[in-house]
Design a protein around this ligand. Structure first.
Ligand code: GDP
Length: 298
């Protein structure tokens, strides 16, 4: 929560009021609504959500003379209303180990996010183990080890091509034996062969459940905000492959397309646990709906 000030959605906040000039006001009409819709669609909010946001904002206000600042405030209020229910940190349960399964397509930021989360948990005084469940990508395992070192957390790995489920079994055994607070499990994100991936993920989940029927306690889907509307189809796909319980949106620092979060919230209502705002270890912030809405509509 202390990091809330870092939350940003690609655009710098433009909090300055146009103090010296007389405020320009325009009547809210269909023409203006259409332009607002286009702006929201350009932020990757998607047509349906953009139409709904502008319609809600205009309700009872058609013909009113509004300044740009007032319009932004009204739009931000509508966006906040959609985002508030999904802005929830990842829930933690008293159980040990807490099993956090992390899924998402390759390149979405899974490894980075696991490193950042591990570091935050460590800072909160929790013990963490990371399992490098994408046993096929040697580079992914190496990256994870680098992040493990940064976060001061051990990374369990297996030889290339080892069955990820057997690595996860070993990781569960070790986490239980050592009384570790959290076990974070990285997974493969090859969507080229969905049947294989589904089999792999469901086998991992079966092994976890055998050890602890209440686990995995969280299944995080990591999404790259710069992929825009593509994120919607990734949610659909991964919900079929795994029991996704929450989202982490990465790369919000590098995009003006953060509107896709609104589309996601509107369509799926899955909690957004955190947002990635850079490549460094501290660049993971809680999702703040008001900051986000102001940045998006600013
Ligand atoms: P994975 O294949 O899903 O494990 O993805 P990685 O964690 O390796 O991330 C892919 C790339 O995205 C790397 O270059 C990361 O540094 C970068 N990345 C991840 N999260 C963020 C973020 O929040 N902001 C920025 N700017 N880059 C990020």
């Amino acid at each position: 929560k202390a990091d809330a000030g870092k939350a940003e959605a690609g655009k710098p906040e433009s909090g300055k009021a146009a103090s010296a000039q007389p405020t320009l006001r325009r009547a809210l009409d269909d023409d203006m609504l259409e332009r607002l819709e286009e702006l929201l669609i350009a932020s990757d909010m998607g047509v349906d959500t953009a139409l709904r946001v502008t319609a809600n904002m205009a309700e009872g206000r058609m013909g009113q003379r509004l300044s740009t600042g007032e319009i932004k405030t009204l739009l931000a209020r509508e966006v906040t209303r959609i985002m508030e229910p999904v802005a929830r940190p990842m829930p933690l349960y008293p159980k040990k180990p807490q099993v956090v399964l992390v899924v998402g397509v390759n390149g979405s930021g899974k490894t980075t996010t696991i490193g950042k989360l591990a570091s935050q948990f460590r800072a909160a005084g929790k013990s963490v183990i990371i399992a490098a469940g994408d046993t096929f990508r040697a580079a992914a395992v190496e990256q994870l080890e680098v992040w493990g070192q940064r976060a001061g957390v051990p990374v369990l790995k297996a030889g290339a091509g080892t069955d990820p489920a057997s690595l996860v079994f070993d990781a569960m055994t070790r986490a239980e034996a050592e009384g570790v607070d959290l076990l974070m499990i990285d997974t493969a994100g090859r969507l080229q062969n969905r049947a294989d991936l589904m089999e792999e993920l469901s086998k991992i989940v079966r092994v976890i459940r055998k050890k602890d029927p209440s686990a995995p306690h969280n299944t995080l889907l990591v999404l790259d905000a710069t992929t825009g509307q593509n994120a919607l189809s990734q949610v659909e796909t991964f919900r079929k492959l795994a029991d996704v319980s929450g989202l982490v949106m990465t790369k919000l620092d590098g995009t003006a397309k953060g509107g896709v979060l609104v589309a996601l919230a509107d369509k799926f209502g899955l909690p957004i646990h955190a947002i990635g705002v850079g490549e460094q270890i501290d660049d993971l912030s809680p999702f703040d709906p008001e900051d986000f809405a102001r940045a998006l509509t600013g």
